[in-house]
Design a protein around this ligand. Sequence first.
Ligand code: ZN
Ligand code: ZN
Length: 466
Amino acid sequence: MSTKARIVFCPPDSVLIKHGHIIDPSHNIDFVGDILVIDGKVETTGKSVRASSDTLIPVVDASGLIVCPGFIDLHCHLREPGFEDKETIATGARAAAAGGFTTVCCMPNTNPPIDSRSVVNLILEKAAQSGGARVLPIGCVSKGRKGEELAEMAELAEAGVVAFSDDGSPVSRATLMRHALEYSRSFGLPVMNHCEDLELSRGGVMNEGRISILLGLRGSPAAAEESMVARDIALLRLTGGRLHLAHISTRGSVELIRQAKEHGLPVTAEATPHHLTLTEDRVAGHRQNSRTALDSNAYDTNAKVSPPLRTSEDVEALIDGVRTGVIDAIATDHAPHATVDKTGEFDSAALGISGLETALASLLGLVRQDRLDVNTLILRLTSGPARVLGASAAGSAALKPGATADITVFDPDREWTVLPEALLSKGKNTPLTGQKMKGKVMLTLVGGRVVYKDEAVRPESPDPRK
Ligand SMILES: [Zn+2]
Ligand SMILES: [Zn+2]
């Protein structure tokens, strides 16, 4: 044994991930090898990478695991300020990290809503302390989310919002939407609309169709969404702004967006994991593809969501949209609720699904069914949403040298069961309760820092001689 002392140092936010299947479809990266992260940035990738001999860097064995850019969620509800019994920025940001998300955009339907610089600052401060995913706030389109007059969009843009939305509610007035698109153009930020004609959807608690009739529940028709999608596309043609359509759920909406894109309009769209994998049958508490009769009286309030779960034809059209790029991004619309909000009558239960921690496993089900390939799935969770955000998310969706090391490592085959009490989110409201899942996030890095690690991942003790 040498008695000579070696001088080694431990650079912060550094790790060597070895033997992983590295996939970054936006840069045509797809090989089994190593990725070295130093000081929060990707240093190098290759078939076999070694850290320099004078550094002490933890090594993670990623054999059999997929290593990809960190997921970006364009749409979640973190509930703070105002509804901390449902979620806080800290619990939401940590749940996001556990779901493989390194960046999440939070919707402004808080109390007070995100319509002033002070609320934006509060969220950014809380997010910085959370130790989870990055949190990017979305500012209101209208003052107080009341749908009457425009919010101080310039002030919000300056304070750091990455988009504008009144989500939770649609921008119902066409003139307000028109002006929002016109103003947002000067900031280069998208307006994200929750498309729902409230006249048509009034009283609807699920999709309008055969199942709503069978269950005796009031339905909301696909036309309630599609009519506003069509209106917004027409307004986009008029203004030349940047329109992003939130949680698209129907075949007709996919078709409208496809046509708009063919005409070169700057529209983008997202779909949620639940709309891509579940149908309206879930309202009756049945497993997907169940052929049993709808004889249950115990309707599942955890399947009550806006827009509602739709038909299998809609699901097919959405998957096709994700495959072809008509749908740019998969976004969770993570909508956590306290248990009390989801108990009781179906008609009065709150809307929304807690989705950050089940998103990846749900979507990998589509890959196993050969309905989507894993590279396209990763694309719609990484560079797809990054492009919607533009410069504000730059550097967080690539594995090329110099990029910010926002990295997700997942095991596509690992099995687990959805236990609400095990979710890091305060929102235990998931229709997947008790379901066996396949595919799990093992490690999430934000700027090279570990923000989530499955207990099965044990970094090997670093060896300075390697
Ligand atoms: Zn919405
Ligand atoms: Zn939402």
